[in-house]
Design a binder for this molecule. Structure first.
Ligand code: PHE
Ligand code: ZN
Length: 880
């Protein structure tokens, strides 16, 4: 087994000894040998102690020339390797260094640095890709002004793009080449550099900012896909307006460009003025995109745009501060989507994602604080903890300070730190200073990993008309952190009275309560509410006001009451989920004991009351009717997990619910049938969501009538949402009829790789014994492509991440498959490989047979020669 290089530690941070003020780049683009000349204006950082030694990072690049202040540098004065350029005696004052390097974009399968995607040159520099283009102080606290000159064959790359505003451009006389110069006046770190060159289609628009700046907007894509960019353009304009209205933040260049590419490791990238997107987050039309795709396009467009302030104008001092830009920007995009759509439904969806992705991370071997203090490979820290929990921490900050205090803090943060590479300390100080609040305890959210457990116990004293509520918090041990301190948690709440409305109370003793927020700050606190007229049903953690697991001893009948009455829609949903989860956990235990589980009547009543309540929006009703997933149940069980027992228990419960709700399901289903015209707006999407959820529940009965309904649904669908929902319901029910439908779907979209990703994902998630063989066969299918991250994630990612029973086959074949696949992909794309392997994160919670097989697969990967640092890091931590 290979050992890892020394880790990076937050405590070791030192400001750079040199800095770079301006960067002039010249790209002579050619597919296999691109020449890059970088002219850097470097100066010693006067505040820092230094020797004359200057080290510039590189990664798999070749030095072709080096000049200092215009003169070639003598041999002995420097050393160059593919990963490091060292100047042994750098000047004591400012100087220019001209570095010529050569890179091979066509051979770059890591998709970091300069690479080719379907014939287009494109770059990805976050976090450490710029060093794959030229030698540099490739760290976020070195901010420079960039000027980029691109030169390429005109036929090959008629479009030449880089950061900033366009400057001079033209043909190169006597050749087939042309050039373009771009200048970005805003100093930025190298990770925000980008250039794109190729033959692309475009749509354009304009936006006038609140101060009257006229901004040109462009979205580039593959030729022929222009019409699928219009929704993204609309989302962009709405994002620009929203950031002005809600945060007072305005765009700052003359042009904003988005480029959609098909080979991309992540979702999208916020390069200054030139965002590069995975095309799945740009392209959308009714025939090819689901409502979820539309919502994702809107959210990711907003996210990258919002980074222009939270990330670009104010960037991170070092990569430990990643949540400074990501947590805040996720919070901002979630708020935007809440304003564009239904706030309650958005919140439920976001919490579902948090619980499905971040909770298992926080509860397993890969747990780390929102601001990590140590890392081996930064690419592995673009995690749900940094992003989604990071956003929850910002949301809590808003709950703690109130909306006005939060806005004051944001304003001060922007005013103080515009142009800076900042830290979490800077961020929190802005909020503390703007509002006069001590955030010392609150800051623990950034340093303590693990999902806190909160238990609540209430009792009502009728004679005294008082309600005592005891809240206890504890946070489990996580890697490197055995003991935790109590945190400051804003717990939103209400005391629901017998008529279903929140009751007033006269006074509270035993803790700070402001409005509807309890400030839980101690390990245990007992609050006494005086003047409470009747026994309340406590509604706690409304809106999921803190990212914790809440355990509350509440009866099924009180939960049912909450589902019917809670003024907080999130907690209505939560109450139904809690009822369902209790049934599912009990059902799984029954299943393992060989008994037949039964469904709690209160659950069916609860779901029925929401289904029939036309006053509730359809999207919300759909959310309530969707049971916790198999993975949710596994997480709730926490140990000795048997995915087959879970799947059976869940299937049985769905059958009981479907039967229990009877023909109410088909009645509502029929009533929701569309009028034939498609609109992607949230209300229409909500009706489709409810109708599709009902179809899925109907199919739980697996009756001929239900199968016929599903086939009809599939065949008559006039949009992707409905078509895919029917197909997915048939696949999840593992109906034999799915085969022909899947083939028909493939034939219909044979030329559309993005749509075929949905097909690959369905094939991979079928809960059927033949699925693994099918996945292996599909690796050789012409619609699959081994080097495209979207294809890999659709097929192998869905299998390992979303097929509980088949990935976790008892014979270990699912684990062995993933290990083999990862060992092969790691040679070409380490980042995507490392992300796939995160599917092993909960291996220790499995029952002993599967646990042993998963461990063996992990150990086999760890023992392989020449693992990438990315994969080695994930596997080492997963096994630790
Ligand atoms: N910074 C990007 C975002 O969240 C994500 C990303 C990270 C993209 C690393 C590429 C590489 O907006
Ligand atoms: Zn981001």
């Amino acid at each position: 087994m290979k050992t890892e290089a020394a880790p990076f530690r937050l405590e070791d941070y030192r400001a750079p000894a040199f800095t770079i003020d301006t960067v002039e780049l010249d790209f002579q683009l050619a597919p296999s040998a691109t020449r890059v000349t970088a002219r850097l204006a470097i100066r010693p950082n006067t505040d820092e102690a230094r020797s004359g030694r200057l080290e510039l990072a590189g990664d798999e690049i070749t030095l072709k020339g080096l000049k200092l202040d215009g003169a070639p540098l003598a041999q002995g004065r420097y050393t160059a390797t593919p990963s490091l350029l060292t100047l042994h005696d750098a000047p004591n004052g400012p100087f220019t260094l001209e570095i010529e390097t050569e890179v091979d974009p066509a051979a770059n399968t890591k998709l970091m640095g300069l690479y080719r995607t379907t014939g287009t040159y494109c770059t990805q520099c976050e976090a450490e890709g710029f060093r794959r283009i030229t030698y540099f102080l490739d760290r976020p606290d070195v901010l420079a002004v960039y000027t980029t000159r691109l030169e390429a064959a005109k036929a090959d790359a008629p479009i030449l793009l880089a950061n900033g505003n366009p400057g001079e451009s033209g043909d190169i006389a006597g050749t087939d080449r042309h050039f373009a110069i771009w200048h970005d006046p805003f100093p930025k770190p190298s990770y925000l550099f980008a250039m794109v060159a190729g033959d692309l289609g475009v749509i354009t628009d304009r936006f006038t900012t609140q101060s009257g700046r006229d901004v040109e907007l462009r979205i580039y894509c593959e030729h022929g896909k222009e019409a699928r960019c219009t929704y993204a353009m609309d989302a962009l304009k709405r994002s620009m307006k929203w950031d002005e209205e809600v945060f007072g933040l305005e765009y700052d260049l003359d042009i904003f460009v988005i480029v959609a590419v098909s080979d991309f490791n992540m979702g999208a990238m916020e390069n200054k003025g030139l965002n590069v997107f995975n095309d799945k987050y740009v392209l959308a039309d009714p025939d090819t995109a689901t409502d979820a795709d539309y919502a994702n396009v809107e959210g990711v467009i907003a996210h990258e745009y919002f980074h222009n302030w939270t990330g670009n104008r104010i960037t991170c001092r070092d990569w430990f501060q990643l949540c400074l830009k990501e947590g805040l920007t996720v919070f901002r995009d979630q708020e935007f989507s809440s304003d564009m759509r239904s706030r309650a439904v958005k919140r439920i969806a976001d919490v579902r994602t948090l619980q499905a992705r971040q909770f298992p991370e926080d509860g397993g071997p890969l747990a780390h604080p929102v601001r990590p203090e140590i890392y081996h490979e930064i690419s592995n820290f673009y995690t749900p903890t940094v992003y989604e929990k990071g956003a929850e921490v910002v949301r809590m900050l808003k709950s703690v300070l109130g909306p006005d205090g939060f806005r004051k803090g944001m304003d001060l943060y922007v005013r103080r730190h515009d142009g800076d590479a900042a830290t979490i300390e800077d961020f929190l100080a802005s909020f503390a200073d703007a509002t006069g609040t001590d955030l010392g305890q609150f800051k623990l959210w950034y340093s303590q990993a693990g999902t806190p457990q909160v238990s609540a116990h209430g009792s009502y004293d009728e004679a005294a008309r008082s309600y005592r509520l005891t809240l206890t918090q504890s946070t489990p041990a996580t890697p490197g952190q055995s003991r935790k301190q109590p945190m400051h948690m804003p717990i939103r709440f209400g005391l629901i009275g017998p008529n279903g409305e929140d009751m007033a109370f006269d006074a509270v003793r035993g803790g700070r309560v402001e409005g509807d927020v309890i400030h839980l700050t101690e390990a245990s606190q007992t609050l006494v509410f005086e003047g409470v007229g009747a026994r309340p049903v406590p509604s706690l953690l409304r809106g999921f006001s803190a990212p914790v697991r809440l355990a509350i001893d509440i009866s099924a009948s009180d939960l049912l009451f909450q589902v019917r009455t809670d003024a907080d829609p999130f907690n209505r949903w939560q109450a139904a989920q809690t009822l369902a989860m209790r049934n599912l956990v009990a059902g799984t235990h029954e299943q393992i004991a060989g008994r037949t589980p039964k469904a709690e009547p209160a659950l069916i009543d609860a779901l029925g009351s929401v289904l029939d309540n036309e006053a509730l929006e359809p999207a919300f009703r759909a959310q309530v009717l969707q049971l916790p997933s198999e993975a949710d149940i596994a997480r709730e069980l926490g140990e000795d997990v048997d995915p087959d027992a879970i799947a059976t228990a869940r299937r049985e419960l769905r059958l009981a619910i479907s039967t229990g709700l009877g023909d109410r399901l088909s009645r509502h289903y029929e009533a929701l049938s569309g009028d034939g015209s498609f609109h992607p707006d949230a209300a229409s999407a909500g009706r489709r969501a409810l109708r599709n959820t009902l179809l899925d529940l109907l199919l739980a009965r697996r009756t001929p009538a239900a199968t016929a309904a599903a086939l009809r649904h599939f065949e008559t669908a006039d949009n992707m949402t409905d078509r895919l929902a029917a197909l997915s319901a048939m696949t999840q029910a593992a109906l034999p009829e799915r085969r022909a439908a899947l083939d028909a779907f493939h034939a219909r979209y044979a030329d559309d790789a993005l749509v075929l990703d949905k097909w690959l994902a369905l094939e991979a998630t079928a809960p059927a014994a033949e699925t693994l063989d099918r996945v292996k066969a599909l690796l050789k299918h012409p619609s699959y492509s081994p080097n495209n991250p979207n294809r890999v994630r659709a097929l192998v990612g869905s299998f390992a991440g979303a097929n509980q029973t088949q990935f976790n086959r008892k014979d270990g074949a699912g684990y062995d498959f993933l290990a083999d696949f990862a060992l092969d992909l790691d040679k070409r794309n380490p980042q995507t490989t490392a992300r796939l392997l995160v599917s092993f994160r909960s291996w220790r919670a499995l029952e002993p047979v599967r646990r042993a097989r998963a461990e063996a697969a992990l150990r086999r990967i760890a023992a392989a020669e020449n693992l990438s640092p990315d994969t080695l890091d994930i596997v080492t931590r997963t096994l630790a």
